[in-house]
Design a protein around this ligand. Structure first.
Ligand code: GTP
Ligand code: MG
Length: 595
């Protein structure tokens, strides 16, 4: 099978083009370094099946960041039939350098001038014919986001593939010596083919930046925007969630219960209390999670992330980090795993490890489920969003504290060059892709270890069968009893300890576990929990859930990215300790104050 590699500088729209071309839903965002790993898909081009590979962006073929190395190693080790280079048409003065560098590899190549919509708006004129002539390769102007020029791009790629030579590995070493010659040629080609008006500035972005990057109002506005986003997720999501919970109750009552009515009680309990309640409870939070990711898509795609990095850079440097670390924290709100992988854009190992230490404190969407549940079950409607927001503040607090403690051991040695892309807004299509991506991701996880976790909780809380369910004599009860001396001072009882134990695997399991333990679906669960624990216990529990190890996947990625067991042990052990101390201080102080 023939193979095409998509290459280009970061944030030029490679993944957007990849999605258009292959129908995939790779993550897209207005931030350099969204893709940090290889992604491939197969499509039919002409009469042939072709493998298309989306690579991380590279500024320079001779660069040293981990994500650039991924792209470079790929080129060196995998034979490629055609390089499809994607350049930002508004920045050809810089982007052509990489094109020329890639040309020095001597492989067949097609150049796509992406974001032609933006270039036109800025009045930039590109002589495509001349550019194609001077470079000696096909050049097509496209807008991957809006779908313009896709037909021509497909055609050019199919053509080039047809006449391609046998696939080759790239010999990148060889091209190091040519950098000076490239410099000179770049200026020539650029002045021959591109006309940029003197006033080619994005006035909309400039004006918005004057407000959003204001030295005094910038940060308050940013936090206000975040608060607004969580309020919106909450207000829009709660009715949706109730709807799903109601639907699940109906299905359980009218479809499930009649079917299993004749079965033996243990099997009934397994199907209803274990599988159905466990998975159903987790499922009822799906609307909130998808909604949350849609808002994240707007934040990520708008370019506000880069502004956040800019605004927080000075503060973060005092913690031994930089503005990018703050952006990774924000990305971590969705899921910690891609955020941890996102640190690949950092060159300094110290900086990378320190950032990886703080990301797991980011309140990810799985933890959000738990907190949405507890805040609505325990607190008044007006207080719930504020309680949730306080947890976000704790999330930052724990991260900053950690950075302060470890910054001397994990030193950063890399100056930050931040680029502010223009503001962009996601199209409906992009939002839809993002939502779909999260739903499938969730279903994959739910059908895998979340299901396994729920089944395990059910088994441990129902065996042996001659004692009351989830009592101290069950397997789970005995396990929890071991931890009781440690957890009691935090106001966390045995049943909640069981949920925490399983929450180690994935935070989604926490609620599933509670549903199984209390033998109730999401609808009744809130009432039961509200009667069983008070707000001080609930908050202490939430603090613990917030700070201790997010999930097994993060542990695996911490190990994979750091390549060090010692670091991984530290990155798991320290939060565990911090979680205990934070909950202890909170719980004991609150009780001492008489709450
Ligand atoms: N205006 C405009 N924006 C585009 C176009 N194509 C992509 N974008 C936007 O450009 C940004 C970057 O897109 P991505 O597809 O994530 O870019 P990438 O090259 O994969 O970036 P990395 O993975 O970080 O290297 C996103 O905000 C896209 O919505 C286009 O044709 N026109
Ligand atoms: Mg990408």
């Amino acid at each position: 099978m023939k193979r095409i590699a998509l290459l280009g500088m970061p944030n030029t729209g490679k993944s957007t083009f990849f999605n258009r071309l292959t129908g995939a839903s790779a993550k897209v965002g207005n931030w350099p370094g969204i893709t940090v790993d290889l992604l491939s898909a197969r499509i039919l081009l002409g009469t042939e099946m072709v493998e298309v590979v989306d690579l991380p962006g590279v500024y320079n073929l001779h660069g040293f960041a981990e994500d650039e190395r991924v792209a470079r190693t790929f080129l060196e080790e995998q034979p490629v039939d055609l390089l499809v280079v994607i350049a930002n048409a508004t920045q050809l003065d810089r982007q052509l350098a990489l094109v020329l560098q890639l040309q020095a590899l001597g492989q067949p190549m097609v150049l796509l001038l992406n974001m032609i919509d933006e270039a036109r708006r800025l009045g930039i004129q590109i002589d495509q014919g001349r550019l194609s002539q001077e470079l000696g390769i096909p050049v097509v102007a496209i807008s991957a986001k809006h779908g313009f020029g896709m037909g021509k791009a497909r055609e050019a790629i199919t053509q080039a593939l047809r006449s391609a030579h046998p696939p080759r590995h790239a010999d990148i070493e060889k091209t190091f010596s040519e950098d000076d010659a490239i410099e000179a040629r770049l200026e020539q080609v650029f002045s021959d083919t591109v006309q940029v008006p003197l006033t080619a500035t994005d006035r909309f972005s400039d004006r918005l930046d004057r407000l959003l990057l204001h030295p005094w109002f910038g940060l308050p506005l940013f936090f206000l925007a975040m608060l607004g986003m969580f309020e919106a997720v909450y207000t829009l999501g709660a009715p949706l969630q109730d709807g799903v919970a109601w639907l699940l109750e109906v299905i359980k009552r009218d479809a499930m219960e009649p079917v299993v009515a004749g079965w033996n009680p243990l099997m009934q309990s397994f199907v209803l209390d274990g599988l159905f309640d466990g998975i159903g409870t987790i499922l009822s939070f799906l609307p909130i999670i998808v909604l949350f990711f849609l808002f994240m898509a707007i934040v990520e795609d708008s370019g506000y992330m880069s502004r956040a990095a800019f605004l927080m850079d000075a503060f973060m440097s005092r913690l031994g980090l930089d503005g990018r670390a703050f952006v990774m924290q924000l990305m971590g709100f969705g899921c910690n795993v891609p955020a941890l992988m996102g640190t690949r854009v950092m060159r300094s190992r110290g900086l990378r490890l320190l950032t990886m230490m703080i990301i797991p404190f980011s309140l990810c969407s799985a933890r959000l489920q738990v907190f949405v549940f507890f805040t609505t079950a325990i607190f008044e409607p007006w207080a719930a969003p504020l309680v949730l927001f306080s947890l976000y503040l704790f999330s930052f607090g724990a991260a900053f504290l950690t950075a302060l403690i470890y910054r001397r051991r994990l030193k950063a040695t890399e100056p930050l060059l931040l680029e502010l892309p223009p503001y962009r807004f996601p199209t409906l299509r992009q939002m839809w892709l993002r939502g779909w991506r999260e739903v499938t991701h969730f279903l994959r996880e739910a059908s895998g270890f979340i299901l396994l976790g729920v089944v395990l909780v059910w088994a441990l809380t129902h065996f042996p069968t001659n004692v009351p369910v989830a009592s101290d004599q069950t397997l789970a009860g005995r396990m929890a009893a071991l931890f009781a001396p440690v957890m009691e001072p935090l106001g966390i009882d045995n049943l909640m300890t069981i949920a925490l134990l399983f929450g180690f695997v994935a935070k989604e399991v926490v609620l599933g576990a509670m549903a199984v333990i209390y033998g109730a679906g999401e609808g009744e669960l809130a009432g039961i929990v509200g009667r069983n624990i008070d707000w001080v216990q609930a908050y202490s529990f939430m603090l613990f859930v917030l700070i201790y190890t997010p999930c097994l996947s993060t542990v695996a990625v911490l190990k994979q990215e750091s390549k060090s067991w010692r670091f991984t042990a530290l990155a798991v052990g320290w939060p565990l300790m911090l979680a205990w101390v934070a909950s202890f201080i909170f719980y004991q102080t609150a009780r001492w104050l008489g709450f």
